[in-house]
Design a binder for this molecule. Sequence first.
Ligand code: SF4
Ligand code: SF4
Ligand code: SF4
Length: 283
Amino acid sequence: MGDKEKKEQITPRRRFFTDMAHHIGLGTMGVLLWGGYAAKAKSNPLTLRPPAALDESDFLKRCIKCGLCAEACVNRPQNIDKDGHQKPGTLKMAKAGDSVTIGTPFFTPRDVPCFMCDDIPCVPACPTGALDIAKVTNPKTNELDFRMMDMGVAVVDVHSCIAFWGLQCDACYRACPLLDEAIKLVYNRNDRTGKHAFLEPVINPDVCTGCGLCEKACVTEKPAIFVLPREVAQGKAGDHYVKGWDKKDQLRVGNRKEEDITTHNERSKKKPLDYLNNNGLGL
Ligand code: SF4
Ligand code: SF4
Ligand code: SF4
């Protein structure tokens, strides 16, 4: 049998196996890639979960990605506008590219904040306890209490909030459903002019629920007030934190000499330049 005939005889069989191997290969590669992607597509630490969500790791164990919370949220009667059109709900189910574990619920206050519904319909809709009704049940009345929600806490970026520049703005203050409790406007004298006052928004983290109505209302292009998960906003001592002042630290302070202080920037050791009185930048 010549080479040509041999080739013709084995080709169909070989093609069958090659095709199969090819498909299995592609399939396996697909599974591996998806597995890798799904594992990587973990929620970023700034993800805001629905009201009454368990702590992130327990939440992920319990949530079966059914979407019933998001459905309850979008179906609340207030989501139908006066022309009968459906408005988007607060809760979204994460898709590929959301940097949130795929299929889990989250919300983005600047898009749609949480409206702190009296009956909190998203929470009882959860069939697994990933949203824990006990977290929003007032023990005194045994009723749902939206004041007990804790999705995060609002923080103000004092560098971008225009109220800290001396301009009048209270949009976030007025948008807050816990008016004059979660945000207060604090009067501060403007020492520079001596005449004007600042009315600065200040958050009470013990009252703020993280609904994000303030973030939605903020007048600056990139909101100067925004909601962060509580642990991110308020910090949490690491496991390696040791309370108290170590004897070794005391010794180090005692032994330190002024010239030991080094910086990464040599310029910072020089005297600051007085731009106004020393001929500007000299450019
Ligand atoms: S409390 Fe209301 S607005 Fe907020 S997430 Fe639940 S259903 Fe949606
Ligand atoms: S997130 Fe903003 S609007 Fe909501 S309770 Fe806190 S301060 Fe008020
Ligand atoms: S709405 Fe925004 S800019 Fe205005 S006071 Fe609040 S945080 Fe500041």
